[in-house]
Design a protein around this ligand. Structure first.
Ligand code: NI
Length: 445
């Protein structure tokens, strides 16, 4: 009898619990269209079904994936399951290893910070549904995620002048058998230049300059090569490669519309880098900047004619064109003692009348940096470095500060890429051109 009483008490208590559950779960169940119910019998039926899980199935989470972000934190995600309240994620460090609970999440993703570099981790997930979150889907298939290898440490570089190679070495990264070496480009980007099987790599170099590298260990356990975290930079300034005369690729830097307040800094930079340029000067500016014009000429740069007051010569008659040219020559000659050989018409504008009356070879350009328009150092550098090749004539303007700032970086960069900057007349001579009066040239290849 006592047992029967106990049973009754137990059943009553259970029923009370179930009713409580139903009261909170009812709205949700109704909203999700589990069932529409109005009387207590139906509510009790639903209570039974919700608690037991009868008729409420939860799908296995699909599209499970695991991968690390840039700081080596594992991100695990999957497609959200309809009706799931939350998910339980399991983790193992071997595919057939023991899975332990990583965590419970109410969204379809979780992060795992408890990972070490250069390892594999396996994950499974199951969804929990039902009003109480007590109805489980089957556990998903496992997915593997790889952490990146640690950044190599102790990265250093040295130059071997007997082989003209930069030797880069670093400390081994645990578990890695392959490394990528990255070189810093003029843009500041690092691009891959070599793959090493050990902890050192020789990189042949042709030109003196500053070279900067980074190293990363590569995890080949994955089907694709997983590049590890990047080491810190190692830089070396190579100065002992002998110059082979005539070996460099020749180009001509040209500066229009000066002289101006930035011309001297540009000339100083060229002089300091064993480089020459051509200055197409505007005649009516010569008197104000005669000092720097003389300095540029004495330093071996070419001074050329860019008209007296910068009109479009195509709008002038024969006498007007001749006057623009001869007045400029007179102003320049007054300072440096010689007339100019070359002419660049303002705006590069040429027609038959200009050709007939200019009386000099006309030099336009093959690379227009648009420095006057962008007034941006990086844009000017990029426009040259992205396009430059031997025989190019490059158009810049020495009256803009960003152009001067670009030149300070550009000239050593071009040198380290194997270019030699010469005057337009020297470029023509080296390339075998006999420049003719009234003919327009845009490059000298
Ligand atoms: Ni101009």
């Amino acid at each position: 009898m006592k047992n029967v009483l106990k049973k009754i008490v137990a059943v009553t208590l259970s029923l009370a619990l179930v009713l409580g559950t139903v009261t909170t779960g009812y709205a949700e169940a109704k909203e999700k269209n589990y069932i529409y119910l109005d009387n207590i019998t139906e509510r009790l039926t639903v209570a039974y079904r919700l608690v037991s899980g009868d008729g409420v199935k939860v799908a296995v989470p699909a599209n499970l994936s695991a991968g690390v972000d840039g700081s080596n934190v594992m991100n695990i995600g999957w497609t959200a399951v309809d009706g799931a309240k939350n998910y339980v994620v399991y983790k193992a460090s071997k595919s057939d290893g023991k899975y332990t609970k990583l965590g419970i999440t109410d969204i379809n993703a979780i992060t795992d910070k408890e990972v070490t570099t250069g390892k594999s981790y396996y994950y499974k997930v199951r969804a929990l549904g039902g009003v109480l979150g007590h109805i489980s889907s089957p556990v998903s298939q496992a997915v593997v995620g790889y952490t990146k290898f640690a950044a190599p440490t102790g990265v250093s570089s040295s130059f071997d002048s007997s082989t003209n190679q930069i030797n880069i070495s670093w400390k081994a990264v645990d578990g890695a058998s392959k490394y990528y070496i990255y070189k810093k480009r003029w843009s500041g980007e690092f691009t891959k230049v070599a793959t090493a099987g050990g902890t050192s790599q020789g990189i042949p170099v042709t030109w003196n300059g500053t070279y900067t590298y980074k190293v990363a260990a590569v995890n080949a356990a994955n089907s694709k090569d997983d590049v590890g975290l990047m080491s810190s930079e190692t830089s070396i300034n190579v100065t002992s490669i002998p110059e082979v005369p005539g070996n460099r690729k020749k180009i001509a830097l040209t500066f229009d519309d000066g002289p101006g307040p930035y011309t001297k800094a540009i000339v100083d930079c060229l002089n300091g880098n064993n480089s020459k340029a051509t200055f197409f000067v505007v005649g009516n500016r010569v008197a104000s900047y005669s000092g720097v014009l003389s300095y540029a000429y004495q330093s071996g740069h070419e001074i050329a004619n860019h008209s007296y007051s910068h009109p479009m010569l195509t709008g002038l008659d024969a006498a007007g064109i001749q006057e623009q040219v001869s007045n400029t020559d007179a102003a320049i000659s007054n300072v440096i003692g010689v007339n100019t050989v070359l002419m660049r018409p303002p705006g590069g504008a040429v027609n038959q009348n200009v050709k007939d009356n200019v009386g000099k070879p006309m030099i336009n350009w093959s690379i227009d940096t648009l420095d006057w328009k962008t007034r941006n150092k990086t844009a000017t550098i990029n426009s040259v470095m992205n396009n430059v090749r031997e025989g190019d004539i490059i158009l810049m303007h020495d009256i803009h500060r960003p152009t001067m700032e670009a030149v300070l970086e550009l000239v050593p960069l071009l040198r380290s890429e194997g270019y030699e900057m010469v005057t337009v007349s020297e470029l023509a001579r080296l390339k075998g051109y006999n420049l003719s009066n009234g003919v327009l040239y845009t490059s000298l290849r």
